[in-house]
Ligand binder design. Structure first.
Ligand code: G3I
Length: 382
């Protein structure tokens, strides 16, 4: 890895200790008083992504798999040291938390929240209303269900209240509604759309989530919003309509699933126009895939592809850094071995989409993020 030379100035809320940052902070709620020996505060390298991001007031996040936290030492260490925000990649989805109707299984999601607390990270809750990864008792395809419209409405209300209350105070940002529009800018014909007879479920979902945890930041989250076009325009119109109805929506999440086979999107313009509505914005699921070998799914076919990927990563982070309204930047995982990309994009095969390789060694893509953060220190955010 190329060394990054940094002149570290005073880091607020942190103390530099021999190249490590120690997070200052009060004991967590519920900590045992006096007699019990307090556990030492977490430390992380001064040139870690999280340390560099802290200097510019940005949270840098990652999606995590709780099965690897605590079992894969290197994975666990990177997750703790490099990131200041955590999103459970799957553990908070409806199929995971209520596979059997009426029986909640919060263990894995709770494990992620506990990890975040231990490591002084914030949590992005993902996701309350989606048409994928629904439990089989509710819907196997997201568009059909055996439940009546009234039952669908009742179970969604219960799901939102139960889940948001379970994590009340522990989730910083919720992806309340995920991917409600298709690439043609049309509302998806999901079980939610059908039960409500339109997109009215979106306003209800935000209102219920707000009632359940008034302090959580509530986001609409989608992919391809990075590009100007019918989809981004449709979401923009929807958000304005929610605001006109005084629906408590606080932010829009740009997933940021990018590929070098497409041109770089006009992300800056799109972040800006949503931010101009008075909303927070966030990059929530960033990865930059490229064409790879079918027999080695994380090896780019073109040896120059990593340079294009570095450029996409760098520009995406810089677009967020330029805006004060952009409060977090979250890659969708960090190790190529654990990315959803190679299993999903197979024709042509794509992969190598994350910032660490299959052995969890940092790639050039990691270094450009480090550099963008270091260079942003002191630069004004609009
Ligand atoms: O847990 C089961 C396991 O028991 C089973 O043996 C195995 C066999 O297929 O499947 C496992 O479940 C998989 C799950 O990930 C957990 O690994 C599902 O098949 C698989 O479909 C699921 O994929 C997830 C995908 O969402 C589902 O739509 C990806 O991990 C996850 O990264 C991806 O994340 C989404 C965001 O939530 C929303 N935006 C797009 C993004 C990428 O698709």
């Amino acid at each position: 890895m190329r060394p990054l030379r940094l002149a570290l100035s005073v880091v607020s809320a942190a103390v530099v200790l021999g190249g490590q940052l120690t997070l200052a902070g009060s004991a967590p709620a519920g900590a045992t008083p006096s007699a019990a020996k307090p556990s030492p505060p977490p430390t992380y390298p001064a040139d870690s992504l999280r340390a560099l991001a802290a200097r510019v007031g940005l949270r840098i996040g990652t999606a995590v798999n709780p099965d690897l936290l605590g079992t894969n030492e290197k994975y666990t260490q990177i997750a703790a040291e490099q990131f200041s925000s955590i999103t459970p990649e799957n553990a908070m989805k409806w199929a995971e938390v209520e596979a059997v109707r009426g029986t909640y299984t919060w263990e894995k999601a709770d494990q992620v929240v506990a990890f975040a607390k231990k490591n002084k990270q914030l949590v992005r809750g993902h996701t309350l209303v989606w048409h994928n990864q629904l439990p089989a008792w509710l819907s196997s395809d997201g568009t059909t269900t055996t439940l009546s419209n009234d039952e669908v409405k009742a179970v969604l209300k219960k799901h939102i209240f139960d889940q948001v209350r379970h994590f009340k105070g522990d989730v910083w940002q919720w992806d309340v509604v995920n991917e409600a529009f298709d690439d043609n800018g049309q509302p998806r014909q999901t079980i939610w759309y059908k039960a409500w007879g339109g997109t009215g479920y979106i306003a209800d979902a935000f209102r219920w989530a707000h009632q359940a945890d008034p302090k959580a930041l509530l986001f609409y989250n989608d992919y391809n919003l990075e590009f100007t076009g019918v989809k981004s325009d449709a979401v923009y119109a929807m958000v304005r309509s929610l605001q006109a109805q005084r629906v408590p929506i606080h932010g829009v999440g740009f997933q940021g699933h990018l590929s070098t086979q497409y041109g770089y999107p006009d992300l800056t313009n799109n972040l800006e126009r949503f931010a101009a509505l008075g909303l927070k914005v966030a990059l929530t699921e960033v990865d930059v895939r490229t064409q790879t070998r079918p027999d080695a799914v994380n090896e780019p076919v073109n040896p120059l592809a990593p340079y294009a990927q570095e450029s996409y990563w760098s520009r995406t982070l810089q677009a967020c850094l330029a805006l004060r309204a952009c409060i977090s930047f979250t890659p969708w995982g960090f190790g190529d071995a654990y990315s959803w990309v190679p299993g999903w994009f197979t024709d042509p095969q794509e992969g190598a989409a994350l910032i660490y390789d299959e052995q969890l060694n940092p790639k050039g893509q990691y270094e450009v993020l480090q550099q963008a953060l270091a260079l942003a220190s002191g630069a004004p955010r609009r």
